[in-house]
Design a protein around this ligand. Structure first.
Ligand code: SF4
Length: 553
């Protein structure tokens, strides 16, 4: 305990630090659900563990990276890391700078900006409420005259966009990656020098990415950074993928375990880019070595992974089978549909984005490389088949309202969704948002809005949730709740907010028989054959027929 506080204090909100039930899904819910009702709507918690000295036991990985960078120059006693409720223990007369992590501080990204608007007036999502509680903490205001506030993280741009920097007394907003900018900013702040209002961090050299010194939320261990597949809506689209060396990864795993973590979340834009070969070629031996090595660290009971793409599963089904020993066998997730003896399943976040070949070609033609855009539906269906057979139940996101989306495009997405019926996955519709540093943002495209969705887009939206309800909440109680709640919501609120066009799409979520809605919706789930079927084989195009991608840097 330092009576005058620590020179540097790093803090993250409770919800962004939460690792309740070791669930990445619940972490996402905290960004989506309205704060006022969240605890009634789902099994969530953001009560975090605090060390005896008041410091946080685990915080988001990005904050641990900043901590490691600062430790290159500062004494460990100069730095304290905490949650909002302990901020007063560490911010005092000696404090010169407070660094705050902002993953999704206002909840205005693809997935998270949708659900808080379904209740009518804007209801602040949990993450936003918790971030506001942190940034407006009275101890920061009390000591502001002698300290600087730096806010950074993947969602820092949201504060700029909503013009909240001055209201929240933030001296400097840091966008992008921290390695090349954080240390000099904090040093300047400690010297009491003025800071730039906004700084953009670019992709650092691999050797600048530090080893972490303390535990990250959910046991996050980065295995790659960047991607390079070039999707128009993605901020790492043209950042060439780089892989963290295995010895550094394992050191980071050991650090987590030494501080009480028993699960590790391998964090990546695309799992299959780890130690990749040329043109996104999966390096299976390296991937297998990675999984086995991480699982082999004493104290690691669970291993999970974040994101991936579908094409590698199609190209190399045997790889999925071999990775499953760890990815499934050491997964936290369980589902009765799994054929694993303990009913475990592996999760993987996969961006499916659209069923429209036209939109795919226009905005993301490298996503399925080496396959061509015309093969996207086949890649999705074949890849899902491979994953499901090996007990990988991916969490798939779709983007509604991509720039230029027409009714024909939405119908193609619905066709693909129909073909996915009965597969083992989550399908999550999100609304397009022009994220910072993406080509679609630079071209001036605007966010899609719930209020502007067409009847087809609503059908897509609620059909996704019907699938999810039937697969992940297939209990009489959950179904009765939906079946009763849907008409109540529609007549009490939904019709007034979004018009009658949501009626039948919403009724599908409430299990109204399809025959009663015939002719009202594009799909009829009770009959008819899907336009697409799982192909026996997806032909790999010859080199000269593969998509030409923009150069990554
Ligand atoms: S595949 Fe596309 S969306 Fe996914 S990380 Fe790469 S560029 Fe971004």
């Amino acid at each position: 305990m330092q009576p005058d506080g620590a020179k540097i204090v790093l803090a993250a909100s409770d919800s962004e630090s939460s690792e309740y039930l070791r669930s990445t899904w619940r972490q996402m819910l905290l960004a989506c659900l309205p704060a006022r009702y969240a605890r009634y709507m789902s099994d969530i918690s953001f009560d975090n563990e605090v060390s005896p000295d008041g410091q946080a036991k685990y915080v988001p990985h990005g904050l641990r990276i900043v901590e490691s960078l600062l430790l290159e120059k500062f004494d460990p006693d100069d730095i304290r890391v905490c949650y909002p409720d302990q901020l007063h223990l560490f911010v005092g007369d000696a404090t010169r700078v407070v660094g705050i992590h902002a993953h999704n501080p206002l909840g205005i990204t693809f997935a998270t900006d949708v659900y808080v608007h379904l209740y009518g007036r804007y209801l602040e999502p949990v993450n936003a409420a918790e971030f506001r509680r942190l940034i407006t903490h009275s101890v920061l205001r009390q000591h502001k005259h002698h300290l600087k506030i730096i806010v950074g993280g993947p969602g820092a741009w949201q504060i700029d966009k909503k013009d909240l920097q001055d209201e929240w007394l933030i001296d400097c907003l840091v966008d992008g990656e921290a390695e090349d900018v954080a240390l000099s900013l904090f040093e300047a702040a400690v010297r009491g020098e003025p800071l730039p209002r906004k700084v953009s961090g670019h992709s650092p050299a691999l050797e600048r990415i530090p080893r972490i010194r303390h535990r990250s939320t959910l046991g996050v261990v980065e295995i790659t950074r960047g991607c390079g597949r070039g999707c128009d809506f993605c901020s790492v689209a043209l950042r060439r993928g780089k892989s963290i060396p295995l010895d550094q990864i394992l050191d980071n795993v050991r650090v987590q375990v030494a501080e009480g973590a028993d699960s590790i979340l391998l964090t990546t834009e695309d799992l299959f880019l780890y130690e990749q070969g040329p043109k996104f070629e999966t390096n299976f031996p390296a991937l297998k070595r990675l999984f086995d090595s991480v699982a082999g660290v004493p104290g690691v009971n669970y291993v999970m992974q974040t994101h991936g793409t579908m094409a590698p599963a199609v190209l190399n089904p045997g790889m999925i089978e071999e990775l499953s020993e760890v990815a499934v066998g050491k997964s936290v997730g369980k589902h009765r549909a799994s054929t694993h003896p303990e009913k475990r399943f592996a999760n993987l976040f996969i961006g499916m984005e659209t069923g429209s070949v036209r939109l795919f070609k226009q905005h993301m033609k490298g996503k399925a490389y080496p396959f061509r855009p015309e093969q996207w539906p086949d890649v999705i269906l074949k890849g899902m088949d491979v994953l499901n057979r090996n007990n990988w139940f991916p969490f798939c996101t779709w983007i509604i309202g991509l720039p230029g989306e027409t009714a024909a495009d939405t119908k193609e997405s619905l066709d693909l969704l129909f073909a996915l019926r009965g597969t083992k996955c989550a399908v999550t519709p999100t609304l397009f948002v022009p994220l910072e540093e993406t080509r679609l943002e630079r071209r001036g495209h605007k966010s899609a809005k719930l209020i502007e969705l067409t009847d087809l887009q609503w059908e897509f939206f609620f059909t996704c949730w019907r699938y999810n309800l039937d697969f992940f909440r297939n209990t009489p109680r959950a179904h009765w709740t939906a079946n009763l709640g849907v008409p109540i919501y529609y007549y009490a609120l939904g019709r007034r907010l979004f018009g009658e066009q949501i009626k039948y799409p919403l009724f599908r979520l409430g299990h109204v028989p399809e025959r009663l809605m015939r002719g009202k919706l594009y799909l009829d789930l009770s009959k008819g054959e899907p336009k697409y079927r799982v192909p026996d084989h997806v032909e790999v195009p010859s080199h000269d027929m593969r998509p030409i991608l923009p150069e990554a840097y």
